[in-house]
Design a protein around this ligand. Structure first.
Ligand code: ZN
Length: 41
Protein backbone atom coordinates (compact mmCIF):
# COMPACT_ATOMS: atom_id res chain seq x y z
CA UNK A 1 0.00 0.00 0.00
CA UNK A 2 1.45 3.36 -0.99
CA UNK A 3 1.48 6.09 1.56
CA UNK A 4 -0.24 9.19 0.25
CA UNK A 5 0.89 12.65 1.20
CA UNK A 6 -0.30 16.18 0.61
CA UNK A 7 1.34 17.50 -2.58
CA UNK A 8 1.62 20.92 -0.96
CA UNK A 9 2.90 20.38 2.58
CA UNK A 10 3.71 16.64 2.55
CA UNK A 11 1.38 15.89 5.42
CA UNK A 12 0.41 12.26 5.56
CA UNK A 13 -3.03 10.98 6.37
CA UNK A 14 -1.76 10.46 9.90
CA UNK A 15 -1.10 14.21 10.23
CA UNK A 16 -4.29 15.49 8.62
CA UNK A 17 -7.15 14.10 6.60
CA UNK A 18 -6.25 13.78 2.94
CA UNK A 19 -8.62 14.44 0.09
CA UNK A 20 -8.03 13.12 -3.41
CA UNK A 21 -8.27 15.62 -6.21
CA UNK A 22 -7.46 15.67 -9.87
CA UNK A 23 -5.31 18.35 -11.47
CA UNK A 24 -4.58 18.23 -15.20
CA UNK A 25 -5.56 14.55 -15.32
CA UNK A 26 -3.14 13.87 -12.49
CA UNK A 27 -4.26 12.39 -9.23
CA UNK A 28 -3.12 14.43 -6.28
CA UNK A 29 -3.76 14.36 -2.58
CA UNK A 30 -4.30 17.45 -0.53
CA UNK A 31 -4.78 17.70 3.22
CA UNK A 32 -7.63 19.61 4.80
CA UNK A 33 -5.22 22.29 6.02
CA UNK A 34 -4.16 23.15 2.49
CA UNK A 35 -7.60 22.78 1.00
CA UNK A 36 -8.83 26.33 1.81
CA UNK A 37 -5.66 27.72 0.25
CA UNK A 38 -6.23 25.59 -2.83
CA UNK A 39 -9.81 26.77 -3.15
CA UNK A 40 -8.99 30.44 -2.80
CA UNK A 41 -5.94 30.23 -5.00
ZN1 ZN B 1 -1.21 20.02 3.08
Amino acid sequence: MTENECFNCKNKSTDAALIRCEVNDEEKWVCVRCLPMLIHG
